[in-house]
Design a protein around this ligand. Sequence first.
Ligand code: FAD
Length: 479
Amino acid sequence: MSLWNFYQKSFHLKKLTKSMEVDTLIIGGGLTGLTTFYYLKEKSSICLVEANTLGSGVSQNTTGKITFLQGNIYHKLEKNISYKVAKDYLKSQLHAIFLLKDIIKKEKISCDLDEVDSYVYAQNKKEIVNLKQEKTFLENQGIKVYENKKSDISGLYSISVNQTYVFNPIKFLNGLIELLPREKMFEHTKIYKIIPKNNKYYCIFDKGYIIANKVIVACHYPFFQSFLLPLKSHIEKSYIVAYKVKEKKNYSGITVSNPGFSYRYYQDKEKAYKICLGQSHNTAIKQNDVQNFQKVIKQFQINSNDIVSVWSNMDIVTQDQLPFIGEFKKNFYLATGFNTWGMTNGIIAAKILADNILNFSNPYADLFCLKKKNFYKFKNFFLNVGSNFYAFIKSKRKQKKWYSKNLKFINLNGQSIAIYVDSDKIEHSVYTTCPHLGCSLVFNEAEKTWDCPCHSSRFDIDGHCLKGPSKFDITYKKK
Ligand SMILES: Cc1cc2nc3c(=O)[nH]c(=O)nc-3n(C[C@H](O)[C@H](O)[C@H](O)COP(=O)(O)OP(=O)(O)OC[C@H]3O[C@@H](n4cnc5c(N)ncnc54)[C@H](O)[C@@H]3O)c2cc1C
Protein backbone atom coordinates (compact mmCIF):
# COMPACT_ATOMS: atom_id res chain seq x y z
CA MET A 1 0.00 0.00 0.00
CA SER A 2 1.49 3.32 -1.01
CA LEU A 3 1.00 6.46 1.09
CA TRP A 4 -1.32 7.76 -1.66
CA ASN A 5 -3.71 4.83 -1.13
CA PHE A 6 -4.97 6.55 2.00
CA TYR A 7 -6.31 9.39 -0.16
CA GLN A 8 -7.88 7.23 -2.85
CA LYS A 9 -11.60 7.84 -3.37
CA SER A 10 -13.85 5.01 -4.53
CA PHE A 11 -15.92 6.10 -7.48
CA HIS A 12 -17.78 2.78 -7.83
CA LEU A 13 -18.06 3.16 -11.58
CA LYS A 14 -19.92 0.53 -13.56
CA LYS A 15 -18.26 -2.40 -15.25
CA LEU A 16 -19.14 -2.53 -18.95
CA THR A 17 -21.46 -5.49 -19.49
CA LYS A 18 -22.41 -5.24 -23.14
CA SER A 19 -20.88 -4.30 -26.48
CA MET A 20 -20.93 -0.68 -27.61
CA GLU A 21 -19.64 1.60 -30.37
CA VAL A 22 -17.79 4.90 -29.87
CA ASP A 23 -15.65 7.22 -31.93
CA THR A 24 -12.70 7.26 -29.47
CA LEU A 25 -11.79 4.69 -26.84
CA ILE A 26 -9.15 5.33 -24.16
CA ILE A 27 -7.71 2.18 -22.54
CA GLY A 28 -6.23 2.78 -19.08
CA GLY A 29 -7.32 5.07 -16.24
CA GLY A 30 -3.96 6.23 -14.86
CA LEU A 31 -2.53 9.73 -15.02
CA THR A 32 -2.00 9.49 -18.80
CA GLY A 33 -5.42 8.05 -19.75
CA LEU A 34 -7.40 10.33 -17.41
CA THR A 35 -5.57 13.48 -18.52
CA THR A 36 -6.11 12.52 -22.17
CA PHE A 37 -9.82 12.12 -21.40
CA TYR A 38 -9.80 15.52 -19.67
CA TYR A 39 -8.46 17.16 -22.86
CA LEU A 40 -11.04 15.30 -24.98
CA LYS A 41 -14.02 15.54 -22.63
CA GLU A 42 -16.03 17.79 -24.97
CA LYS A 43 -16.14 15.02 -27.57
CA SER A 44 -19.56 13.40 -27.62
CA SER A 45 -18.57 9.89 -28.60
CA ILE A 46 -15.78 8.81 -26.29
CA CYS A 47 -15.27 6.41 -23.39
CA LEU A 48 -12.52 5.19 -21.08
CA VAL A 49 -12.09 1.67 -19.75
CA GLU A 50 -9.95 0.63 -16.79
CA ALA A 51 -9.00 -2.96 -15.92
CA ASN A 52 -9.14 -2.36 -12.16
CA THR A 53 -10.21 0.91 -10.50
CA LEU A 54 -9.30 4.38 -11.75
CA GLY A 55 -5.86 5.51 -10.59
CA SER A 56 -4.88 2.12 -9.21
CA GLY A 57 -1.85 1.55 -11.49
CA VAL A 58 1.71 2.85 -11.40
CA SER A 59 0.42 6.42 -10.88
CA GLN A 60 -0.73 5.42 -7.42
CA ASN A 61 2.79 4.30 -6.46
CA THR A 62 4.84 7.21 -7.77
CA THR A 63 6.76 9.64 -5.58
CA GLY A 64 4.90 12.52 -7.25
CA LYS A 65 7.78 14.86 -8.10
CA ILE A 66 7.07 17.25 -10.94
CA THR A 67 10.42 18.40 -12.17
CA PHE A 68 12.50 19.04 -15.26
CA LEU A 69 15.74 18.26 -13.35
CA GLN A 70 15.81 14.52 -13.99
CA GLY A 71 19.25 13.21 -13.03
CA ASN A 72 21.62 14.15 -15.85
CA ILE A 73 19.20 13.44 -18.69
CA TYR A 74 20.12 16.49 -20.80
CA HIS A 75 23.78 15.61 -20.74
CA LYS A 76 22.90 12.05 -21.84
CA LEU A 77 20.55 13.18 -24.62
CA GLU A 78 23.08 15.72 -25.91
CA LYS A 79 25.89 13.17 -25.86
CA ASN A 80 23.94 10.24 -27.30
CA ILE A 81 21.49 11.89 -29.69
CA SER A 82 21.87 15.63 -30.25
CA TYR A 83 21.88 19.06 -28.66
CA LYS A 84 18.52 19.78 -30.33
CA VAL A 85 16.86 16.71 -28.85
CA ALA A 86 18.15 17.64 -25.36
CA LYS A 87 16.85 21.18 -25.82
CA ASP A 88 13.45 20.01 -27.09
CA TYR A 89 13.11 17.52 -24.24
CA LEU A 90 13.74 20.30 -21.72
CA LYS A 91 11.10 22.46 -23.41
CA SER A 92 8.62 19.56 -23.34
CA GLN A 93 9.14 19.05 -19.59
CA LEU A 94 8.75 22.77 -18.84
CA HIS A 95 5.60 22.77 -20.96
CA ALA A 96 4.24 19.72 -19.12
CA ILE A 97 4.76 21.49 -15.78
CA PHE A 98 2.93 24.52 -17.18
CA LEU A 99 0.02 22.32 -18.39
CA LEU A 100 -0.28 20.48 -15.08
CA LYS A 101 -0.28 23.69 -13.07
CA ASP A 102 -2.80 25.15 -15.49
CA ILE A 103 -5.26 22.26 -15.00
CA ILE A 104 -4.85 22.41 -11.20
CA LYS A 105 -5.41 26.16 -11.11
CA LYS A 106 -8.21 26.34 -13.67
CA GLU A 107 -10.15 23.44 -12.17
CA LYS A 108 -9.29 24.34 -8.57
CA ILE A 109 -8.07 20.80 -7.86
CA SER A 110 -6.93 20.47 -4.29
CA CYS A 111 -3.88 18.18 -4.53
CA ASP A 112 -1.36 19.80 -2.16
CA LEU A 113 0.78 21.18 -4.99
CA ASP A 114 3.93 22.68 -3.48
CA GLU A 115 6.70 24.62 -5.16
CA VAL A 116 10.08 23.15 -4.13
CA ASP A 117 13.72 23.24 -5.16
CA SER A 118 14.97 20.09 -6.93
CA TYR A 119 18.44 18.70 -6.18
CA VAL A 120 20.56 16.20 -8.07
CA TYR A 121 23.53 14.60 -6.32
CA ALA A 122 26.74 13.15 -7.71
CA GLN A 123 28.58 10.50 -5.73
CA ASN A 124 31.86 10.13 -7.59
CA LYS A 125 34.23 12.10 -9.82
CA LYS A 126 32.71 10.96 -13.12
CA GLU A 127 29.22 11.88 -11.96
CA ILE A 128 30.49 15.30 -10.83
CA VAL A 129 31.89 15.95 -14.31
CA ASN A 130 28.57 14.92 -15.90
CA LEU A 131 26.56 17.01 -13.47
CA LYS A 132 28.68 20.07 -14.20
CA GLN A 133 27.89 19.57 -17.88
CA GLU A 134 24.21 19.31 -16.99
CA LYS A 135 24.52 22.63 -15.19
CA THR A 136 26.19 24.27 -18.19
CA PHE A 137 23.51 22.93 -20.53
CA LEU A 138 20.69 24.24 -18.36
CA GLU A 139 22.35 27.62 -17.88
CA ASN A 140 22.71 27.92 -21.65
CA GLN A 141 18.93 27.53 -21.85
CA GLY A 142 18.48 30.42 -19.45
CA ILE A 143 17.80 28.38 -16.31
CA LYS A 144 19.33 29.47 -13.02
CA VAL A 145 21.24 26.55 -11.51
CA TYR A 146 22.76 26.56 -8.01
CA GLU A 147 25.64 24.51 -6.67
CA ASN A 148 25.71 22.97 -3.18
CA LYS A 149 22.93 24.90 -1.47
CA LYS A 150 21.36 23.47 1.67
CA SER A 151 19.96 19.95 1.32
CA ASP A 152 19.36 16.70 3.20
CA ILE A 153 22.47 14.97 1.95
CA SER A 154 25.75 16.56 2.89
CA GLY A 155 29.20 15.82 1.49
CA LEU A 156 28.02 15.20 -2.06
CA TYR A 157 28.32 17.53 -5.03
CA SER A 158 24.87 18.73 -6.00
CA ILE A 159 23.12 21.13 -8.30
CA SER A 160 19.64 22.50 -7.78
CA VAL A 161 16.95 24.50 -9.57
CA ASN A 162 13.86 26.43 -8.46
CA GLN A 163 10.30 26.30 -9.71
CA THR A 164 9.76 22.58 -9.59
CA TYR A 165 6.91 20.93 -7.69
CA VAL A 166 5.61 18.03 -5.65
CA PHE A 167 1.98 17.05 -5.22
CA ASN A 168 -0.36 14.29 -4.06
CA PRO A 169 -0.88 12.35 -7.34
CA ILE A 170 -4.02 10.57 -6.14
CA LYS A 171 -5.71 13.77 -4.96
CA PHE A 172 -4.94 15.16 -8.43
CA LEU A 173 -6.52 12.13 -10.12
CA ASN A 174 -9.52 12.25 -7.75
CA GLY A 175 -10.03 15.88 -8.75
CA LEU A 176 -9.67 15.07 -12.45
CA ILE A 177 -12.16 12.18 -12.28
CA GLU A 178 -14.77 14.50 -10.68
CA LEU A 179 -14.61 16.64 -13.83
CA LEU A 180 -15.17 13.77 -16.27
CA PRO A 181 -18.52 12.27 -17.37
CA ARG A 182 -19.04 9.19 -15.16
CA GLU A 183 -21.33 7.46 -17.61
CA LYS A 184 -18.44 7.34 -20.08
CA MET A 185 -15.93 5.63 -17.76
CA PHE A 186 -15.98 1.94 -16.90
CA GLU A 187 -13.99 0.20 -14.18
CA HIS A 188 -13.16 -3.53 -14.00
CA THR A 189 -13.26 -3.64 -17.80
CA LYS A 190 -10.09 -5.13 -19.18
CA ILE A 191 -9.36 -5.17 -22.89
CA TYR A 192 -7.85 -8.50 -23.95
CA LYS A 193 -7.39 -8.09 -27.65
CA ILE A 194 -7.74 -5.46 -30.38
CA ILE A 195 -8.77 -6.59 -33.85
CA PRO A 196 -8.70 -4.14 -36.80
CA LYS A 197 -11.64 -4.62 -39.17
CA ASN A 198 -13.20 -2.35 -41.84
CA ASN A 199 -11.21 0.73 -40.70
CA LYS A 200 -12.44 0.26 -37.13
CA TYR A 201 -10.99 -1.45 -34.07
CA TYR A 202 -12.82 -4.22 -32.21
CA CYS A 203 -11.59 -4.10 -28.62
CA ILE A 204 -12.50 -7.36 -26.90
CA PHE A 205 -13.39 -7.51 -23.19
CA ASP A 206 -14.97 -10.37 -21.19
CA LYS A 207 -18.59 -9.39 -21.93
CA GLY A 208 -18.31 -8.25 -25.55
CA TYR A 209 -16.45 -5.70 -27.63
CA ILE A 210 -16.15 -1.97 -28.08
CA ILE A 211 -16.04 -0.87 -31.70
CA ALA A 212 -13.99 2.33 -32.01
CA ASN A 213 -12.73 4.50 -34.87
CA LYS A 214 -9.81 5.64 -32.73
CA VAL A 215 -8.07 3.84 -29.88
CA ILE A 216 -5.68 5.34 -27.34
CA VAL A 217 -3.66 2.80 -25.35
CA ALA A 218 -2.54 4.42 -22.07
CA CYS A 219 -2.11 1.29 -20.00
CA HIS A 220 1.56 1.68 -18.96
CA TYR A 221 2.96 -1.55 -20.49
CA PRO A 222 0.99 -2.42 -23.67
CA PHE A 223 -0.74 -5.80 -23.45
CA PHE A 224 -0.29 -6.55 -27.18
CA GLN A 225 2.99 -7.82 -28.61
CA SER A 226 3.16 -6.00 -31.96
CA PHE A 227 5.00 -2.91 -30.65
CA LEU A 228 7.94 -5.09 -29.49
CA LEU A 229 8.48 -3.00 -26.33
CA PRO A 230 10.58 -5.74 -24.65
CA LEU A 231 13.25 -5.13 -27.30
CA LYS A 232 13.20 -1.37 -26.76
CA SER A 233 13.18 -1.08 -22.99
CA HIS A 234 13.86 -2.65 -19.63
CA ILE A 235 12.02 -2.53 -16.32
CA GLU A 236 13.35 -0.58 -13.35
CA LYS A 237 12.10 -1.43 -9.85
CA SER A 238 12.45 0.85 -6.81
CA TYR A 239 11.67 0.57 -3.10
CA ILE A 240 9.85 3.34 -1.28
CA VAL A 241 9.36 4.10 2.41
CA ALA A 242 7.10 6.90 3.72
CA TYR A 243 7.49 7.96 7.34
CA LYS A 244 6.37 10.68 9.72
CA VAL A 245 8.61 13.70 10.24
CA LYS A 246 8.22 16.86 12.34
CA GLU A 247 8.00 19.24 9.42
CA LYS A 248 8.10 19.20 5.65
CA LYS A 249 10.97 20.88 3.83
CA ASN A 250 10.65 22.74 0.58
CA TYR A 251 13.07 20.72 -1.51
CA SER A 252 13.40 17.26 -3.03
CA GLY A 253 16.40 15.33 -4.31
CA ILE A 254 17.66 12.48 -6.46
CA THR A 255 21.05 10.93 -7.27
CA VAL A 256 22.40 10.28 -10.75
CA SER A 257 23.97 7.00 -9.65
CA ASN A 258 22.61 3.49 -9.86
CA PRO A 259 21.35 2.13 -7.51
CA GLY A 260 20.09 5.61 -6.96
CA PHE A 261 18.00 7.17 -4.24
CA SER A 262 15.58 10.05 -4.00
CA TYR A 263 13.38 11.82 -1.47
CA ARG A 264 10.65 14.40 -1.12
CA TYR A 265 8.42 15.70 1.67
CA TYR A 266 4.65 15.76 1.90
CA GLN A 267 2.30 17.55 4.25
CA ASP A 268 -1.42 16.89 4.49
CA LYS A 269 -3.82 18.70 6.84
CA GLU A 270 -2.51 16.86 9.90
CA LYS A 271 0.94 15.39 9.42
CA ALA A 272 4.24 15.78 7.62
CA TYR A 273 5.96 12.87 5.88
CA LYS A 274 9.21 12.17 4.12
CA ILE A 275 9.05 9.78 1.18
CA CYS A 276 12.35 8.04 0.40
CA LEU A 277 13.14 5.83 -2.55
CA GLY A 278 16.19 3.67 -3.13
CA GLN A 279 17.83 0.45 -4.33
CA SER A 280 16.54 0.93 -7.90
CA HIS A 281 17.55 -1.92 -10.17
CA ASN A 282 16.87 -3.49 -13.53
CA THR A 283 14.48 -6.35 -12.75
CA ALA A 284 16.55 -8.64 -14.98
CA ILE A 285 18.83 -8.73 -11.96
CA LYS A 286 16.70 -9.91 -9.09
CA GLN A 287 17.53 -8.52 -5.69
CA ASN A 288 16.06 -9.48 -2.37
CA ASP A 289 12.96 -7.29 -1.83
CA VAL A 290 13.04 -7.53 1.98
CA GLN A 291 16.73 -6.56 2.06
CA ASN A 292 16.15 -3.70 -0.35
CA PHE A 293 13.51 -2.16 1.92
CA GLN A 294 15.84 -2.62 4.89
CA LYS A 295 18.66 -0.90 3.00
CA VAL A 296 16.44 2.11 2.23
CA ILE A 297 15.44 2.29 5.91
CA LYS A 298 19.11 2.15 6.96
CA GLN A 299 20.32 4.60 4.32
CA PHE A 300 17.83 7.27 5.38
CA GLN A 301 18.19 6.38 9.09
CA ILE A 302 14.45 5.87 9.46
CA ASN A 303 13.03 4.96 12.87
CA SER A 304 10.75 1.96 12.29
CA ASN A 305 8.08 3.41 14.62
CA ASP A 306 7.66 6.34 12.23
CA ILE A 307 7.06 4.27 9.11
CA VAL A 308 3.62 4.77 7.62
CA SER A 309 3.90 2.67 4.47
CA VAL A 310 6.37 0.79 2.29
CA TRP A 311 5.86 -0.22 -1.32
CA SER A 312 7.73 -1.00 -4.51
CA ASN A 313 7.00 0.20 -8.01
CA MET A 314 8.18 -0.58 -11.53
CA ASP A 315 8.50 1.69 -14.54
CA ILE A 316 9.62 1.26 -18.15
CA VAL A 317 13.03 2.61 -19.12
CA THR A 318 13.61 3.11 -22.85
CA GLN A 319 16.94 2.79 -24.64
CA ASP A 320 17.19 6.43 -25.60
CA GLN A 321 15.57 7.82 -22.41
CA LEU A 322 12.67 9.26 -24.44
CA PRO A 323 9.07 8.06 -24.09
CA PHE A 324 7.07 6.56 -26.96
CA ILE A 325 4.06 8.75 -27.68
CA GLY A 326 2.06 8.86 -30.90
CA GLU A 327 0.25 7.03 -33.66
CA PHE A 328 1.25 3.38 -33.91
CA LYS A 329 -1.12 2.43 -36.75
CA LYS A 330 -3.76 4.59 -38.41
CA ASN A 331 -6.03 5.95 -35.63
CA PHE A 332 -4.32 3.73 -33.04
CA TYR A 333 -2.29 5.65 -30.44
CA LEU A 334 0.14 4.65 -27.74
CA ALA A 335 1.85 6.38 -24.78
CA THR A 336 4.43 4.43 -22.82
CA GLY A 337 8.06 4.30 -21.61
CA PHE A 338 8.16 7.30 -19.27
CA ASN A 339 11.56 6.48 -17.72
CA THR A 340 10.28 7.11 -14.16
CA TRP A 341 9.24 10.65 -15.12
CA GLY A 342 5.58 10.00 -15.90
CA MET A 343 4.14 12.99 -14.04
CA THR A 344 5.52 15.29 -16.74
CA ASN A 345 5.71 12.76 -19.59
CA GLY A 346 2.16 11.47 -18.91
CA ILE A 347 0.83 15.03 -19.17
CA ILE A 348 2.74 15.81 -22.35
CA ALA A 349 1.56 12.46 -23.78
CA ALA A 350 -2.06 13.35 -22.99
CA LYS A 351 -1.72 16.70 -24.76
CA ILE A 352 0.04 15.25 -27.83
CA LEU A 353 -2.55 12.48 -28.24
CA ALA A 354 -5.53 14.79 -27.64
CA ASP A 355 -4.11 17.33 -30.13
CA ASN A 356 -3.68 14.54 -32.66
CA ILE A 357 -7.29 13.38 -32.24
CA LEU A 358 -8.54 16.98 -32.50
CA ASN A 359 -6.37 17.63 -35.59
CA PHE A 360 -4.19 20.24 -33.86
CA SER A 361 -0.46 20.26 -34.34
CA ASN A 362 1.79 19.75 -31.31
CA PRO A 363 5.41 20.94 -31.16
CA TYR A 364 6.56 17.79 -29.30
CA ALA A 365 4.87 15.16 -31.48
CA ASP A 366 8.00 14.47 -33.54
CA LEU A 367 10.33 14.27 -30.52
CA PHE A 368 8.44 11.32 -29.02
CA CYS A 369 6.91 9.76 -32.15
CA LEU A 370 6.88 5.96 -32.19
CA LYS A 371 8.91 5.67 -35.35
CA LYS A 372 11.86 7.70 -34.00
CA LYS A 373 15.18 6.16 -34.78
CA ASN A 374 17.04 7.23 -31.68
CA PHE A 375 18.30 3.77 -30.85
CA TYR A 376 21.47 5.69 -30.44
CA LYS A 377 23.89 2.90 -29.93
CA PHE A 378 23.79 -0.66 -31.10
CA LYS A 379 25.48 -1.41 -27.79
CA ASN A 380 22.40 -0.21 -25.95
CA PHE A 381 20.05 -2.17 -28.17
CA PHE A 382 21.97 -5.39 -27.57
CA LEU A 383 22.26 -4.65 -23.86
CA ASN A 384 18.49 -4.34 -23.71
CA VAL A 385 17.77 -7.47 -25.71
CA GLY A 386 20.45 -9.23 -23.66
CA SER A 387 19.02 -8.14 -20.33
CA ASN A 388 15.50 -9.24 -21.35
CA PHE A 389 16.81 -12.60 -22.48
CA TYR A 390 18.88 -12.89 -19.30
CA ALA A 391 15.79 -12.10 -17.19
CA PHE A 392 13.84 -14.77 -19.05
CA ILE A 393 16.53 -17.46 -18.72
CA LYS A 394 17.40 -16.58 -15.15
CA SER A 395 13.74 -16.59 -14.15
CA LYS A 396 13.44 -20.06 -15.67
CA ARG A 397 16.23 -21.39 -13.49
CA LYS A 398 14.24 -20.58 -10.35
CA GLN A 399 17.11 -19.85 -8.08
CA LYS A 400 16.16 -20.79 -4.57
CA LYS A 401 17.21 -17.45 -3.14
CA TRP A 402 14.49 -15.80 -5.24
CA TYR A 403 11.89 -17.51 -3.14
CA SER A 404 10.64 -17.53 0.43
CA LYS A 405 11.11 -20.33 2.90
CA ASN A 406 7.33 -20.49 3.24
CA LEU A 407 6.96 -21.62 -0.36
CA LYS A 408 6.86 -25.08 -1.79
CA PHE A 409 6.69 -26.07 -5.43
CA ILE A 410 4.93 -28.90 -7.18
CA ASN A 411 4.96 -29.88 -10.82
CA LEU A 412 1.63 -30.83 -12.29
CA ASN A 413 1.53 -32.07 -15.89
CA GLY A 414 4.64 -30.04 -16.68
CA GLN A 415 3.30 -26.86 -15.06
CA SER A 416 5.02 -25.39 -12.02
CA ILE A 417 2.72 -24.51 -9.12
CA ALA A 418 3.83 -22.66 -5.99
CA ILE A 419 2.06 -22.98 -2.66
CA TYR A 420 2.62 -20.21 -0.13
CA VAL A 421 1.63 -20.98 3.44
CA ASP A 422 0.76 -17.80 5.34
CA SER A 423 1.07 -17.14 9.10
CA ASP A 424 -2.49 -18.53 9.65
CA LYS A 425 -1.38 -21.74 7.88
CA ILE A 426 -3.65 -20.94 4.92
CA GLU A 427 -2.33 -22.17 1.56
CA HIS A 428 -2.27 -19.86 -1.49
CA SER A 429 -1.56 -21.67 -4.77
CA VAL A 430 -0.55 -20.07 -8.06
CA TYR A 431 0.94 -21.02 -11.42
CA THR A 432 4.44 -19.55 -11.51
CA THR A 433 4.63 -18.79 -15.25
CA CYS A 434 3.64 -15.30 -16.39
CA PRO A 435 0.75 -15.55 -18.89
CA HIS A 436 2.21 -12.60 -20.85
CA LEU A 437 5.38 -14.02 -22.43
CA GLY A 438 6.18 -17.02 -20.28
CA CYS A 439 8.81 -15.67 -17.86
CA SER A 440 8.91 -17.41 -14.48
CA LEU A 441 7.50 -15.17 -11.78
CA VAL A 442 9.51 -14.16 -8.75
CA PHE A 443 8.06 -14.08 -5.25
CA ASN A 444 8.22 -10.65 -3.60
CA GLU A 445 8.44 -11.63 0.05
CA ALA A 446 8.13 -8.04 1.31
CA GLU A 447 4.81 -7.26 -0.36
CA LYS A 448 3.58 -10.85 -0.83
CA THR A 449 3.16 -10.48 -4.57
CA TRP A 450 4.36 -12.44 -7.59
CA ASP A 451 6.34 -10.09 -9.86
CA CYS A 452 7.45 -10.64 -13.47
CA PRO A 453 11.16 -9.83 -13.82
CA CYS A 454 10.83 -9.36 -17.59
CA HIS A 455 7.88 -7.01 -18.22
CA SER A 456 6.54 -5.82 -14.81
CA SER A 457 3.26 -7.75 -14.48
CA ARG A 458 2.26 -8.29 -10.84
CA PHE A 459 -0.13 -10.72 -9.15
CA ASP A 460 -1.41 -10.92 -5.59
CA ILE A 461 -0.74 -13.88 -3.35
CA ASP A 462 -3.79 -15.71 -4.72
CA GLY A 463 -2.77 -15.05 -8.30
CA HIS A 464 -5.13 -12.18 -9.26
CA CYS A 465 -3.49 -9.91 -11.81
CA LEU A 466 -2.72 -6.53 -10.16
CA LYS A 467 -0.85 -5.04 -13.08
CA GLY A 468 -0.35 -5.82 -16.76
CA PRO A 469 0.87 -6.44 -19.39
CA SER A 470 -0.47 -9.86 -18.34
CA LYS A 471 -4.13 -10.09 -19.24
CA PHE A 472 -4.81 -13.14 -17.13
CA ASP A 473 -4.64 -14.33 -13.50
CA ILE A 474 -2.33 -17.13 -12.34
CA THR A 475 -4.73 -18.55 -9.74
CA TYR A 476 -4.50 -22.30 -9.25
CA LYS A 477 -7.53 -24.06 -7.77
CA LYS A 478 -7.26 -27.63 -6.56
CA LYS A 479 -9.85 -29.80 -8.29
C1 FAD B 1 9.33 4.05 -8.01
C2 FAD B 1 8.80 5.06 -8.98
C3 FAD B 1 8.75 6.40 -8.63
C4 FAD B 1 8.31 7.34 -9.55
N1 FAD B 1 8.32 8.65 -9.20
C5 FAD B 1 8.02 9.58 -10.12
C6 FAD B 1 8.13 10.97 -9.82
O1 FAD B 1 8.48 11.36 -8.71
N2 FAD B 1 7.85 11.86 -10.80
C7 FAD B 1 7.48 11.45 -12.05
O2 FAD B 1 7.32 12.31 -12.93
N3 FAD B 1 7.29 10.14 -12.35
C8 FAD B 1 7.56 9.19 -11.42
N4 FAD B 1 7.42 7.87 -11.72
C9 FAD B 1 6.84 7.47 -13.01
C10 FAD B 1 5.32 7.55 -13.04
O3 FAD B 1 4.78 7.14 -11.80
C11 FAD B 1 4.73 6.66 -14.16
O4 FAD B 1 5.48 6.82 -15.33
C12 FAD B 1 3.29 7.08 -14.44
O5 FAD B 1 2.55 7.04 -13.24
C13 FAD B 1 2.65 6.17 -15.47
O6 FAD B 1 1.32 6.58 -15.63
P1 FAD B 1 0.35 5.82 -16.65
O7 FAD B 1 -0.96 6.48 -16.63
O8 FAD B 1 1.04 5.69 -17.96
O9 FAD B 1 0.27 4.33 -16.07
P2 FAD B 1 -0.69 3.76 -14.91
O10 FAD B 1 -0.84 4.70 -13.80
O11 FAD B 1 -0.15 2.40 -14.58
O12 FAD B 1 -2.09 3.62 -15.62
C14 FAD B 1 -2.36 2.61 -16.56
C15 FAD B 1 -3.72 2.03 -16.26
O13 FAD B 1 -4.10 1.15 -17.33
C16 FAD B 1 -4.81 0.05 -16.79
N5 FAD B 1 -4.73 -1.07 -17.74
C17 FAD B 1 -3.65 -1.84 -18.01
N6 FAD B 1 -3.96 -2.78 -18.93
C18 FAD B 1 -5.27 -2.59 -19.24
C19 FAD B 1 -6.17 -3.26 -20.12
N7 FAD B 1 -5.78 -4.31 -20.85
N8 FAD B 1 -7.47 -2.83 -20.19
C20 FAD B 1 -7.87 -1.77 -19.44
N9 FAD B 1 -7.05 -1.09 -18.58
C21 FAD B 1 -5.77 -1.50 -18.49
C22 FAD B 1 -4.09 -0.22 -15.47
O14 FAD B 1 -4.90 -0.94 -14.58
C23 FAD B 1 -3.73 1.17 -14.98
O15 FAD B 1 -4.68 1.70 -14.08
C24 FAD B 1 7.85 6.91 -10.82
C25 FAD B 1 7.86 5.56 -11.16
C26 FAD B 1 8.35 4.64 -10.26
C27 FAD B 1 8.39 3.19 -10.66
